[in-house]
Write a protein that binds this ligand. Sequence first.
Ligand code: DX5
Ligand code: ZN
Length: 213
Amino acid sequence: MRISVSILGADFARLGEEVDQIRKAGSDWIHVDVMDGHFVPNITFGPNMVQSLRAVTKLPLDVHLMVTQPQKYIQSFVQAGADLITFHLEAEGDPAQTVSMIHGQKVKAGISIRPGTPAEAVFSYLPMLDMVLVMGVEPGYGGQQFNRKMLQKVRTLKQKAPSLPIEIDGGVNAGNIAEMVQAGVEICVTGSAVVGTPDYTAAVAALRAAAAV
Ligand code: DX5
Ligand code: ZN
């Protein structure tokens, strides 16, 4: 199991320090939530932020695009230093084409599905993907409650493509991470369970301890 801590709830005025704390806490990846105010109601940041992050960390940058037109921004995020780009199946553009645009830039590609999108909708793209991201909440905001129905979606995907890594995002905490891992999740995104807590190292350790049970 890997942990990808989301910087969504970080203090952006001290982003370098926040990333350093996340690294010291033992996060495997940095999860970067890009929101365009259109695909989701919230607005966050763009490629410039990824470029700034690239300059301060060697950890893989796991870029989650919650934007309506992902194809328009792929090149910018690749140039900024993204290691893995995940876009939404529900966004505009032919998903297979979007995946090949990402792969054409030698970057790993993932597809994410909102809670209302069935696992079957992504089946035909699985052979071309490096990862599937199952949303545990409606995308847009941190600090929401995990929808347990998504565990079945993880199992269905795992059955269809046993070797494809599955990432879960939204509402992950020490109380529910074990059932996610048991369902077949390899990468757990975590925002509010770590960022903003008094001790990031203790928070990541608590997640790992809970996941191992
Ligand atoms: C939600 C984002 C998540 C969010 C997770 O739209 O995609 O990555 O930051 O935050 P928590 O862990 O607080 O749900
Ligand atoms: Zn995310």
